[in-house]
Every structure is written in structure tokens, then in C-alpha cells.
Design a protein around this ligand. Structure first.
Ligand code: GLN
Length: 494
């Protein structure tokens, strides 16, 4: 048995049945990381001592019959979650070697459930990007390759390190964060599953902020059920986050087994964007056919403001980023450059500490919030955001969930789309609307393109109805029977 090939649910079964120890499971993943991380750069920091100590504690818990829902299961944590005593970088030089004195709520919940933390995964700097090319710690490589072609591809972003780690079997699951698609798009590019829950479902406390009204944590794993198990442990009300929702956490894993007969699945006509590659259009059609065969009713819906979503997002997100990132001034923590006076110290610190994409967004955000432009850009974007939410509210009067492609392309090559930021932003065309509306949305692998690269489908749900999202996604997963695995993974000789 190759331990790194197990799903999270299978690994849990194996631990409960004492077929192998948590230590053996953790060691197998650490060995896989040692072998493949030098190539993939999926992890910025690996924490073997911590992981083995947690694994030993897990073995004791199993021996004493005190195991929790995730006891002994090795996970990777996006390096945007503050982890007490473990360096947290946001993939930026400005944080230097910041070691948080506290734990984020989501990672604290995972620890309480017994999870083993293998290390911190790479991302686009401050989670701004769709390719992982903007990390100050070097780009992540996608473990998938085009057939017969060795060109390094991007894993997507910003949770690209988490996606690559899970796809390459370096971890059973991972945390991600999604502001405009950062869980779903890398999941699609790496052939794994990832869900952005409803805004407010998971606490943002201790997650380094990018755009606070959009940021949400969520799980990434190799199956829908594994995501459901992880989300069950991550979610829940937190008094430390004022936007956290006071809602009970349902049994998401049970929802994966729900019947979808009679459910109404909306297909938004505006998502059939001009220039959509025929393979993606065909995958979307197959998704509809599978759901119809499973007894769902397919209905055409209209989300008329979809075409304004990207423009709206790229005003709201930079505006909030410019405000959130003002705290990196070299005074309280992180990197500091010397200057003749305070202002020069600020300027030098921020000039040296931030990368180009982050600077671009701070400048755009500062501009759209400035006196004279606030009404024309920021306020207007907020109004359009309400219209986009209104579109979904209207659509959900006539359907239970919405089916779309996750991304307009398969993984692209490293270095591609880097010359023009707008080309990069177009990646988010299908993921950003659900973010602006705060809705739960999952991406799961449903097929491959002609070059053998994975393609994802997205299921969007009503607010706090992750259960229907999981039910529909599990049905697509069963019907798609996606079984391809990446070129580089822990079991291969590469
Ligand atoms: N790609 C989007 C961006 O660059 C989304 C990032 C995210 O969700 N964190 O902003």
C-alpha cells in the first residue's frame, strides 16, 4: 500500500483500524516532500519535527481511544495562516522571518481535531495572483505536464502551493484561501477539489488579510468527501472575527451522499463567454448531461451583471488591499530598511519589501479610494457588487445550485500571461462573481483537455447551503470518474 496515495477518508479508516501508524503516514508524506519539493516548490517551510511530534501524539490518542475527526492526518497549510511559533511569510519579503505569537482560528481548529501539520505552502505574494509566479520565494511548478512536453506549467494561484502539494501526494489535504478564486482556480489547474465556503463560514482571524470583505478560508483535497471532512473541522462561529457567522456546522460529509433527484441546476447563459475553448464548453455540457442523468433538472438562468464582475472585483479587492497592507511599515514587525527620517524609512521598507504585483494593487487601491475618485470608482463598484448579488438572489428563486466551468483555460506555462496584468486577471472570470456575492462554490476535476491536463467544473450554492454544493459535486465526481494522476507525484520515479 502506498500511504501517500490514500484519500484522507481512507487514511482515517486505516488509522482507526490500526493498519498503519500516524507516524508511518507522516513519514511517508515527509519523504515525498523531500523528494519532490525541490522541484515543485510547493512548500516554503517544512516542519518535520512538529509533524512527527503531532503524529506521535496522534498514535497515543488512537491507542487510548481518544482520536478526533482528523487525528493523525497530515495536512499542508497555506502560508497565509498565522501559525504559532512557525514562520509565516505570505510569500512576501516584507514579513521577513515573521514568527506569529498566535494561531489562526482555522488552524487552531484543525489542530484541535488532531491534524498533523507538514509545513507552510507557497502562494502568490499576499494571495494576489493566479499563477504563483509572484511569490517572493520562487514559483511553484504544477505537477501536471502536457503530454509529451516538458514545459513547466503554473499550478494556478494564489493557493498554488497547496494545490500542487495535494495533487503530487505530498499532503492528504491542505488549507487554501479564496478572495476571487484562489482555491478554485488552482484546484482546477492541478486536478484536485477545493471549496470556498460561504463568506463568514470560516473565521478569518489570524489569516493575513488581502481583501477582508472577500477573503474566505477553505479546504483543498483529492475528493469531494475529503473536502467535506476538512471543512467540518475548519468551519464555525468565532467571536474574534466580526464577520463570522453564528451558524451551526452541518455534517458536510453526510451531505455528499444525498440524492440530487429533482434538484434544479441553473446554467447561466452569460458564462458562455466568447472565445471559450471548445474543450471547456464540451466539459460543461458533459456536466449538464451527468446531472440530468442523475435526476436533476437543468434550467437556463440569467446573471445579467456577470460582465461587470471582473472590473468590480479589480476595484474592490485592490481598495481593501491598499488599506490592509498599510500596516507593513517596518515599525512593528517584519522587514525594516533604514532611512534618514520616518517617511524615508517607510518608503524604503515598502519599496524593498513588496513585489511588483502587490505594489500595483496598492497603487490602484489608493487611487480608487482617493478624494475625487472614490465616488466614480469605489462607490460605483460597491453598487455593482450589490447588483451582482441581486442577480444570484433572483436566480436562486428558480434553482438550487449553479453549474459553470471553473476557469477559462487549463494550466498555462510559467511566464505566460505575465506581460499584461489584465490577461492574468481574465483567469478569474468564472470565480469572481461568487466571491463578490459571498456564495459557497466548489471546483472539482471533471475531465482532461487534449494535452492531458485537468479541467474543473464549478458548483455555486445558496448562502450557507454548502450541503447542496457537496451533494451535487459528489454526484458529478462519481459520474465523471476522473482518475488521471499528475506526471510528478510521490509514487512516480521522476
Ligand atoms: N486571482 C485573483 C487575484 O489575483 C484571486 C486571488 C485570490 O483569490 N486570493 O486577486
Amino acid at each position: 500500500m502506498i500511504l501517500t496515495d490514500l484519500t484522507l477518508a481512507q487514511a482515517r479508516e486505516g488509522l482507526r483500524a490500526k493498519k498503519f501508524s500516524a507516524r508511518a503516514l507522516t513519514e511517508a508524506h515527509l519523504a515525498a516532500i523531500e523528494k519532490l519539493n525541490p522541484r515543485l516548490h510547493a512548500f516554503i517551510t517544512v516542519t518535520p519535527e512538529l509533524a512527527l511530534a503531532q503524529a506521535d501524539a496522534a498514535d497515543r490518542a488512537y491507542a487510548e481511544g481518544e482520536a478526533g475527526s482528523l487525528t493523525g492526518l497530515p495536512l499542508a497549510i497555506k502560508d497565509l495562516f498565522c501559525t504559532e511559533g512557525v514562520r509565516t511569510t505570505a510569500a512576501s519579503h516584507i514579513l521577513g522571518n515573521f514568527i506569529p505569537p498566535y494561531e489562526s482560528t482555522v488552524t487552531a481548529k484543525l489542530k484541535d481535531a488532531g491534524a498533523v501539520f507538514l509545513g507552510k505552502t507557497n502562494l502568490d505574494e499576499f494571495a494576489m495572483g493566479s499563477s504563483n509566479m509572484t511569490s517572493a520565494f520562487g514559483a511553484v511548478e504544477n505537477p501536471w505536464k502536457r503530454r509529451g512536453d516538458d514545459t513547466p506549467l503554473v499550478p494556478g494561484g494564489s493557493s498554488g502551493g497547496s494545490a500542487a502539494a495535494v495533487a503530487a501526494r505530498l499532503a492528504l489535504g491542505a488549507t487554501g484561501t479564496d478572495t476571487g478564486g484562489s482555491i478554485r482556480q488552482p484546484a482546477s489547474f492541478c486536478g484536485i477539489t477545493g471549496i470556498k465556503p460561504t463568506y463568514g463560514r470560516c473565521s478569518r482571524y489570524g489569516i493575513i488579510a488581502f481583501a477582508s470583505s472577500l477573503d474566505q478560508a477553505g479546504p483543498m483535497a483529492r475528493t469531494v468527501e475529503d473536502c467535506a471532512i476538512l471543512l467540518g473541522a475548519m468551519a464555525g462561529f468565532d467571536p474574534k472575527d466580526s464577520t463570522s457567522a453564528e451558524r451551526a456546522v452541518p455534517d458536510f460529509a453526510a451531505a455528499c451522499r444525498r440524492d440530487i433527484k429533482g434538484l434544479r441546476i441553473g446554467v447561466p447563459k452569460e458564462y458562455a463567454v466568447p472565445g471559450m475553448p471548445d474543450e471547456i464548453a464540451a466539459l460543461w455540457q458533459r456536466g449538464r448531461d451527468w446531472l440530468r442523468a442523475a435526476g436533476a433538472e437543468l434550467v437556463e438562468i440569467s446573471l445579467p451583471h456577470t460582465r461587470y464582475a471582473l472590473a468590480t472585483y479589480y476595484i474592490v479587492a485592490p481598495a481593501e488591499c491598499s488599506s490592509n497592507l498599510a500596516r507593513y511599515d517596518g515599525v512593528r514587525f517584519g522587514r525594516r530598511e533604514d532611512g534618514a527620517d520616518l517617511i524615508e524609512m517607510y518608503e524604503r521598507t515598502r519599496a524593498a519589501g513588496f513585489g511588483d504585483e502587490v505594489k500595483r494593487r496598492i497603487m490602484i487601491g489608493t487611487y480608487v479610494l482617493s478624494a475625487g475618485y472614490y465616488d466614480a470608482y469605489y462607490l460605483r463598484a460597491q453598487k455593482v457588487r450589490s447588483l451582482i448579488l441581486g442577480d444570484f438572489t433572483n436566480a436562486f428563486a428558480g434553482c438550487d445550485a449553479i453549474l459553470t466551468p471553473t476557469a477559462p483555460s487549463a494550466a498555462f506555462a510559467q511566464g505566460e500571461k505575465m506581460d499584461d496584468p489584465v490577461t492574468m486577471y481574465l483567469n478569474d472570470v468564472f470565480t469572481v462573481p461568487a466571491s463578490l456575492a459571498g456564495l459557497p462554490a466548489i471546483s472539482l476535476p471533471a475531465g482532461c483537455d487534449r494535452a492531458g491536463l485537468p479541467l474543473g467544473l464549478q458548483v455555486i450554492g445558496k448562502p450557507f447551503d454548502e450541503e447542496t454544493v457537496f451533494a451535487v459535486a459528489a454526484k458529478i465526481e462519481a459520474m465523471a470518474g476522473f482518475s488521471a494522476s499528475p506526471t510528478l507525484h510521490a509514487g512516480s520515479s521522476a
